[in-house]
Write a protein that binds this ligand. Structure first.
Ligand SMILES: *[C@@H]1O[C@H](CO)[C@@H](O)[C@H](O)[C@H]1NC(C)=O
Ligand SMILES: *[C@@H]1O[C@H](CO)[C@@H](O)[C@H](O)[C@H]1NC(C)=O
Ligand SMILES: [Ca+2]
Ligand SMILES: [Ca+2]
Length: 458
């Protein structure tokens, strides 16, 4: 049977009625898009209308809206074409740091009937950073009696990109004593390691200057360099030694920037310049270097930025103490970030009908999303309204709720409702957010005759 063509002005009333006879469809499918970082605002991401098999007109009549959890919207939907565009330029490094892949979640909300479609936007890395060494010169002191085959791990270079766009290998300038290996840390970071091939002779060559180069995996690769100064010694000095080999510390995530995390301390039995110690990070990751700073003289480690348990729960770093001559000792620090209930839940209203016709069956009043970036109980939420009101809260998709009328409302009985939505988390202390909406119940007597005028083509 063919559906009749409905004149435009009557169509509006028909859609209103369909809206009242609510059908709540929850889509389980996820629509996935991918885009390169650093693309201009307005860049094309995908055609939602096409990909969902919906007409452009349907997107408009169903009031399609893009929602994203939390505060920032990165996408916009162009109603006319059904195209999804970038709302602003996105920097992968800023959004995701070392997290790979970098995925942003969003929802598409359609009305009449209400339907949620989950979406994922993957931000692909562009090789926009070169490897960089923290120091221009690496000093290494080696005894002339050192046996060929001995390994000397060196400082690593940082590269803010991820995957193959970050550091992949190291090389050393051609010389007659050393070759270089590229080693793997368990988290995938690569480090340079000098290997002594031929014994050193102080009388012949008291020092060597080499150039260490870090290469990323871009095409062509980007590079960074540092000088390596090798001093050949004939006396066996004492190397610095840490009081403890492993330090463990717990830091609540709301600890202020600048706070002391821990002080490490090493001893050196030599006096004078050979006993003056300098502390530094050794082969540390981007995350460590961005979050902590070390006082080279005192060994104090302080917070350089606010920690975020939701982002990184654990840091491990190696600290090197070097004496004035190039001998060094190492220790390890493990920092556990403790979760704090530092975020109150947030409520984002996606749809709100402030005017509800009386005598209508179950009707959608509002659709809203709730979010809380904390973890565990600190991020678990419960959502409620006053008991005494004829409304129901229905969970829709993850963290979305629909507020509906429990049955038909009677305007003569009560024409206005104030509904307070309370969202509270289960953390300690409990944090909550309240949102009050005011609803009018309107007369619908004059709608009925118009409905009967619609011709069904009989
Ligand atoms: C490092 O890891 C890569 C792959 O992840 C592997 O191909 C390579 O052989 C490893 N190198 C060493 C020295 O373990
Ligand atoms: C709803 O709240 C408004 C403003 O707070 C108030 O003026 C009004 O009387 C309230 N209505 C009901 C039915 O409680
Ligand atoms: Ca990048
Ligand atoms: Ca790079």
């Amino acid at each position: 049977m063919e559906m009749p063509v409905i004149p435009a002005q009557q169509k509006r009333q028909v859609t209103t009625i369909i809206f009242l006879l609510l059908l709540l469809e929850v889509g389980s499918e996820t629509i996935k898009y991918s885009v390169l970082e650093e693309r201009d605002r307005g860049s094309f991401v995908g055609n939602l209308a096409q990909d969902l098999g919906l007409g452009v007109e349907e997107l408009v009549t169903r009031g399609a809206q893009i929602l994203s959890r939390g505060n920032k919207q990165h996408l916009q939907l162009e109603q006319k074409s059904g195209e999804l565009l970038l709302k602003e330029r996105v920097d992968r490094e800023e959004l995701c740091g070392d997290t790979d892949p970098c995925i942003l979640h969003f929802q598409l909300l359609l009305k009449n009937p209400v339907q949620f479609i989950q979406g994922e936007l993957q931000i692909q890395d562009v090789n926009d950073h070169a490897p960089e060494f923290l120091e221009n010169e690496i000093l290494l002191k080696i005894l002339e009696s050192t046996h060929p085959g001995t390994l000397f791990p060196l400082q690593i270079a940082q590269d803010l990109d991820v995957g193959c766009n970050t550091v992949q290998s190291y090389t050393i300038s051609t010389n007659s004593h050393f070759h270089l290996l590229t080693g793997n840390h368990s988290d995938g970071r690569k480090y340079p390691e000098l290997v002594l091939d031929k014994a050193l002779d102080r009388e012949e060559e008291p020092e060597l200057r080499l150039v260490l180069t870090a290469l990323d995996g871009g095409s062509p690769p980007r590079t960074g360099t540092s000088q390596v100064l090798i001093v050949v010694m004939d006396i066996n000095d004492n190397a610095p030694e840490f009081v403890q080999g492993l330090y463990g510390v717990q830091v609540p995530e709301n600890t202020p920037v600048g706070s002391l995390v821990i002080t490490v301390s090493a001893r050196d039995l030599d006096a004078g310049i050979h006993g003056e110690l300098s502390y530094s990070f050794f082969q540390s990751s981007n995350q460590v270097i961005q979050a902590f700073e070390i006082n080279t003289d005192t060994g104090e480690i302080r917070l350089k930025k606010l920690l975020d348990f939701e982002e990184i729960k654990f840091y491990r770093m190696e600290i090197e103490a070097s004496d004035g001559g190039g001998l060094s000792g190492k220790c390890t620090i493990e920092i556990e970030v403790l979760d704090v209930n530092d975020n109150a839940p947030q409520l984002t209203m996606s749809l709100f009908n402030s005017d509800i016709p009386e005598n209508a069956p179950e009707t959608v009043v509002a659709i809203f999303g709730i979010s809380d970036p904390d973890s565990g109980d600190n991020g678990k939420m419960i959502c409620s309204i006053q008991n005494s009101l004829p409304f129901l809260l229905k969970p829709t998709v993850e963290n979305f709720y629909t507020l509906v009328t429990e049955g038909s409302l009677d305007r003569e009985n009560r024409a206005e409702y104030n509904i307070t939505i309370t969202v509270s988390d289960l953390g300690t202390p409990r944090l909550q957010t309240q949102h009050t909406i005011t609803l009018q119940v309107s007369d619908v007597n004059d709608n009925a005759p118009e409905f009967t005028q619609v011709s069904w083509g009989l």
